[in-house]
Write a new protein. Structure first.
Length: 393
């Protein structure tokens, strides 16, 4: 070796003798550097590995979850609209003015609550006139009855003619008819009087009043005085594909179907039953309209709003896994099942996915440990070590 050659590093000292025997050339400074480079390559690419024997396979840290067999709903998601079961537009049935408004705009009203008072003085005067006419007619009836009785007594004594008796009978019948007509007129006026007090025909939320005290109203007005919408229960109307129709009808017969309406952007929801399925399918869209009835006791659902609806057709038992556990390849879907500390590739068939859960038709029987994180470092038979799931995941 040259006198000024650099010192050989310690990690190459064990191979130095071998190199010295193999080389018959006088080593210069550059030659030593070349040999060092060769030894580095051998060290990096397994030159010493062969001497040590095969290395142990790397253990991959993964997150796992259980494949569960449980009741899973068969559902269909859609967008629905909330509509009231009953909606009443209040109108005046007489031509008069508003005397008083007895509610606050947007308030909850109960059936029978007084809402508007209309001016009824004209009807009151007509009622008084009709009552006077009725009293008069009753007096005339009493007179006709006395005449008829007197003439009936006289005819038995031969003191009058039959014509007088018949005329008295006719006068009595006429008085009776007049009383009936007067009573009918009075009843009609009382009905007209009742129209001056407008009450709530149903319970619900009332809109803002379109008229205030002093406004003149008439039956011909197109705009209602106010509108009451029933709030509990309410309808939720939405459309589903026609392929669901057969299963839905079977589910309704067995009382298995239901509908869940959720306010968009919140976790607040209301559950109800199917009230009606439309009797025709829209041929242009292939959709059928479904209407659910919701209790809505807390008035969560407001008429007119859009909601996310979930139609639950039925419930069935199935194996489910987190959707992140399902991997896809050119040959189909698969999961890594952990068994005896090793990951095994298991082909599966996924029927549907909803809210982060995949329903498995075949490939798993339940209670298997499946890998949910760390699959990129795995192959069939890779040793694995479960790790604690990350907080918040």
């Amino acid at each position: 070796m040259a006198k000024n050659a650099p010192k050989v590093p310690d990690f190459l000292s064990r191979n130095w003798a071998l190199l010295k025997r193999q080389s018959r050339l006088r080593l210069t400074g550059g030659g030593v550097l070349l040999l060092i480079a060769v030894m580095l390559v051998r060290a990096l690419f397994g030159g010493d590995s062969a001497a040590k024997g095969p290395q142990r396979a790397r253990i991959v840290s993964v997150e796992i979850a259980k494949a569960e067999k449980k009741d899973v709903p068969v559902d269909v998601d859609s967008i629905g609209t909330v509509t009231p079961i009953s909606s009443v537009a209040l109108k005046s049935r007489v031509e008069t003015t508003i005397v008083d408004v007895h509610f606050q705009d947007g308030a909850h009203v109960k059936e029978g609550d007084l809402l508007f008072t209309l001016d009824g003085r004209q009807v009151d005067a007509q009622i008084a006139q009709a009552e006077g006419n009725l009293v008069k007619s009753r007096s005339q009836l009493e007179l006709a009855q006395r005449d008829y009785k007197r003439y009936s007594d006289l005819i038995t004594k031969g003191a009058t003619t039959q014509v007088s008796v018949d005329n008295a009978k006719t006068a009595m019948d006429t008085a009776n008819a007049t009383i009936v007509a007067d009573q009918a007129l009075l009843d009609n006026l009382k009905v007209q009087k009742s129209y001056t007090l407008i009450t709530a025909p149903i319970s619900g939320r009332i809109s803002a009043a379109s008229v205030k005290v002093g406004n003149f109203v008439r039956p011909a007005d197109t705009a209602p005085l106010a509108t009451i919408n029933q709030m509990a229960p309410v309808y939720v109307t939405f459309a589903v594909p026609q392929r669901v129709l057969s299963d839905l009808r079977d589910g309704m017969k067995a009382d298995l179907s239901s509908v869940v309406a959720t306010i968009p952007g919140t976790a607040k929801s209301e559950t109800g039953k199917i009230a009606m399925v439309e009797n025709t399918v829209d041929p242009t869209t292939g959709m059928v309209t479904v209407r659910g009835i919701m209790g809505n006791e807390n008035e969560l659902l407001w008429p007119g709003i859009l909601v996310n609806t979930k139609l639950i057709v039925r419930t069935e038992q199935a194996v489910v896994v987190p959707s992140v556990a399902v991997q896809r390849s050119q040959t189909g879907s698969f999961v890594f099942v952990v068994k005896d500390g090793k990951a095994q590739v298991t082909p599966v068939t996924v029927s549907r996915t909803s809210q982060g859960i995949s329903v498995i038709d075949s490939g798993l029987s339940g209670n298997e440990d499946v890998v949910t994180d760390g699959q990129l470092l795995l192959s069939n038979g890779s040793p694995v070590e479960p790790r604690t799931r990350k907080a918040g995941v």
